[in-house]
Design a protein around this ligand. Structure first.
Ligand code: C5P
Length: 217
C-alpha cells in the first residue's frame, strides 16, 4: 500500500489547510473525508431523506456519484464545493456520519484513495479506523473558542453571514456528537503525534509535522 499520513482532529483546528500544504510539499494526494460526509448529507437532504434513518443513507453512500476534481467537489458532475461548506451542511454531515452502516459503506472508497506516491488523509477516524497502519498519524487540536474564532474570520472573509456565539455553540454541539458516537468516535490513535494548534500559526504547525515526516520516512 502507498504511504499514508493521517491528520485527525475536530473542525477548525487547521486540519484542512495543513493537509493541503503537506500534500503539496510532498507531492502526494489528498483525501478530505469530511467532504464525503458533507456531500452525502447534501445529497440526502436534496432527496428528502430523514437523516436519522440509516438504511437509505447507507444505500446512497454505496452509490454516491462523488468526485474530487481539480480542487473541486462534484456531486453527479455538479460543483458543490461551496454548498457543502455551510454550517448547515456541516451539521448534516455529522448526523449522517453517526450511522455505523454509512461509515462502513464509505470505508473501501476511502481506502482506494491511497495511491502512489502517497496520501495525506484528513478526518476524524483516519488513523483509528480507515488507515490504522499509517506510519505517521497526527492529531490536531485547539480550544473551541479559538476554532470558532477562526471559522468566524473564514466565513466573514468569504462575505458570508457569521455569528460568533452561535459558532461556539455549534462547534461544541458537533464535537459532542463526534466524540460520543458509538462507532469511530473522534479520538487520537494511540500512536498519534498530538499537536495543539491554539497558539500556533499554520506555518508553525506545518514545520512541526514536517519534523515528524523526516523522522518517519
Ligand atoms: O471535517 P469536516 O468538518 O468537513 O467534517 C464534517 C463532519 O463529518 C464532522 O463533523 C464529522 O461528523 C464527520 N466526519 C466524520 N469522519 C470523518 C470526517 C468527517 O465523521 N473522517
Amino acid at each position: 500500500m502507498s504511504p499514508v499520513i493521517t491528520i485527525d482532529g475536530p473542525s477548525g483546528t487547521g486540519k484542512g489547510t495543513l493537509t493541503c500544504l503537506l500534500a503539496e510539499r510532498l507531492g502526494w494526494q489528498v483525501l478530505d473525508s469530511g467532504a464525503i460526509y458533507r456531500v452525502l448529507g447534501l445529497a440526502a437532504q436534496r432527496l428528502g431523506y430523514v437523516l436519522d434513518d440509516p438504511q437509505p443513507l447507507a444505500s446512497l453512500a454505496g452509490v454516491l456519484p462523488l468526485q474530487f476534481s481539480d480542487g473541486k467537489v462534484l456531486l453527479d458532475g455538479e460543483d458543490v464545493s461551496d454548498a457543502i461548506r455551510t454550517e448547515e451542511a456541516g451539521a448534516a454531515a455529522s448526523r449522517v456520519a453517526a450511522h455505523p452502516s454509512v461509515r462502513e459503506a464509505l470505508l473501501e472508497w476511502q481506502r482506494r484513495m491511497a495511491r502512489p506516491p502517497g496520501l495525506v488523509a484528513d478526518g476524524r477516524d483516519m488513523g483509528t479506523v480507515v488507515f490504522p497502519q499509517a506510519p505517521l498519524k497526527v492529531f490536531l487540536d485547539a480550544s473551541p473558542e479559538i476554532r470558532a474564532n477562526r471559522r468566524y474570520k473564514q466565513l466573514k472573509g468569504k462575505g458570508l453571514d457569521a455569528n460568533l456565539p452561535r459558532l461556539v455553540a455549534d462547534i461544541r454541539e458537533r464535537d459532542a456528537r463526534d466524540l460520543s458516537r458509538a462507532v469511530a468516535p473522534l479520538r487520537a490513535a494511540e500512536d498519534a503525534v498530538l499537536v495543539d494548534s491554539s497558539q500556533m500559526s499554520i506555518a508553525e504547525v506545518l514545520d512541526r509535522v514536517l519534523e515528524e515526516v523526516r523522522r518517519v520516512f
